[in-house]
Write a protein that binds this ligand. Sequence first.
Ligand code: PEP
Length: 257
Amino acid sequence: MTNRTPFVGGNWKMNTDATTGNALARALASGLDTSGGVEVAIYPPFVYLSSISQSLAGSDISLGAQDAYHEPSGAFTGEISLDMLKDCGVRSVLTGHSERRHVIGENDTIVNKKTRAVLASGLQVVLCIGETLDQRESGKTDAINEHQTRAGLEGVSRDQLSRVVIAYEPVWAIGTGKTATPEDAQNAHARIRELIATMYDQNAADAIRIIYGGSMKPGNAGELMAMPDIDGGLIGGASLVSDDFLSIIRSSVAQGV
Ligand code: PEP
């Protein structure tokens, strides 16, 4: 039985401003009391990363970015490179978030390029996967998760996998108030873990953190994270309220994932 340290991430999306974002970061930094029993990262908007890095100074909360561009520099107007993110104190990057896939239009090839670039830069990646409502209703959840996991991790080495967290986020559950049942989420996570064993080996599968995202909140976090293959959460809306996010973090430690 592998003891995986739970991972809880807060995806702020396009929310907060300089004042509220820094206030939130400071509230989290001063309220976090987990004695290392959980890994916590927050993903504020790009433009606040540098100042929030100061607000987090001395805390155990890692700074993350919601996206990154895979090229190192050059004529890519509007994009942000991994070196730029590192300059701001970023240690973790989201790839393949459903809003990047389904709202912005990123395909598997782009998600894979970004995932590989993040890993090549030495940072941690949180690779997000998950099915839409139509795909779920036509029984394709596991097939979509398999496809997105294989595509996202193409070319990722066994060594690099230790810096990968997989976030299973059913698209229909993100920001909708609808949550997968703990049993449905557990089934999906168990299949993803089996797939990692097939793609790499059993030790890699036992070690990788697979977290759940989709309307996780203080009221449902405990039962979700009590499931054996759910190793934490990626939290959107509830990560914008410090007491709610801290409560979810405490649930992850209490479950001793
Ligand atoms: C997310 O943004 O990854 C997410 C899970 O959002 P929410 O918690 O609001 O559903």
